[in-house]
Write a protein that binds this ligand. Structure first.
Ligand SMILES: CCCCCCCCCCCCCCCC(=O)SCCNC(=O)CCNC(=O)[C@H](O)C(C)(C)COP(=O)(O)OP(=O)(O)OC[C@H]1O[C@@H](n2cnc3c(N)ncnc32)[C@H](O)[C@@H]1OP(=O)(O)O
Length: 194
């Protein structure tokens, strides 16, 4: 397997990540950052409904059960859906850093096909931080946290302010989010002042 491309390799001067003192405790279930999120949203009927927990250090674990709606080939998960699961899991590290960040680059290795009904056990961690750039990595294993590796990803996330969403999101959803006390509570958990 070749090394990650240079933009996914932390530059000189990158620092180890720091777990926020108010991060959820290891093992704590992280809720959805947004109820309509395709990765974690409880109200998103077609979504992945990832269940993510804080881990030790700057890490998380997640479980994704592959449903019939997630197929690409007959009986197998779509590769884009698996990339979403990896992306969402790495994105959930925001809860542990208490920083909002969005995916800039995501590079995925597909190692094994993943059948429908599989419980995919994911883990992700931040490897380094350089300014607004957050370097993360994730692995998805079939059936158990120590099961065979099916997918892997390396990613570069970029820290953003809440204005990123307010300026770019569709008005209807942004207005609803700002009027929803639960959503505001989540934004505060990321140390955001909406
Ligand atoms: C009211 C509502 C409240 C809601 C409260 C909670 C919301 C919590 C939501 C979280 C959601 C997570 C969900 C899962 C994760 C997604 O799926 S996120 C969605 C997918 N991603 C996107 O939509 C991002 C689209 N891209 C962008 O908006 C912009 O390109 C970015 C990423 C913000 C960067 O733009 P920018 O801020 O202008 O930054 P820029 O100065 O260009 O780059 C900064 C640095 O990053 C590097 N960089 C930037 N992009 C790249 C790249 N693609 N490759 C390599 N390097 C790059 C630059 O080279 C630069 O490096 P340095 O010069 O500092 O060394």
């Amino acid at each position: 397997m070749s090394a990650p491309t240079s933009s996914l390799t932390p530059p000189e001067g990158a620092r180890p990540p720091v777990r926020h003192p108010d991060a959820p405790a290891p093992g704590e279930l992280l809720g959805a950052h947004y109820d309509q999120c395709f990765g974690c949203g409880r109200d998103q009927a077609h979504g992945l409904h990832l269940e993510t927990r804080a881990g030790e250090g700057v890490s998380v674990t997640a479980v994704f059960t592959v449903k019939a709606a997630h197929q690409g080939a007959p009986g197998l998960a779509h590769g884009g859906v698996l990339a979403t699961a990896l992306d969402e899991t790495i994105g959930s590290l925001s809860w542990v850093l208490r920083t909002i960040a969005v995916t800039g680059r995501l590079e995925t290795d597909y190692v094994l096909p993943v059948p429908v009904d599989t419980e995919l056990h994911l883990d992700a961690r931040v490897t380094a931080v350089h300014g607004r750039k957050i370097y993360g990595t994730a692995t998805g294993r079939i059936g158990a946290p120590d099961g065979p590796v099916a997918v892997r990803a390396n990613a570069l996330f970029i820290e953003v302010k809440v204005d990123h969403f307010i300026e770019n999101g569709r008005d209807t959803e942004i207005r609803a989010a700002l009027e929803d006390p639960d959503q505001v509570r989540v934004a505060r958990a990321f140390e955001v002042n909406p």
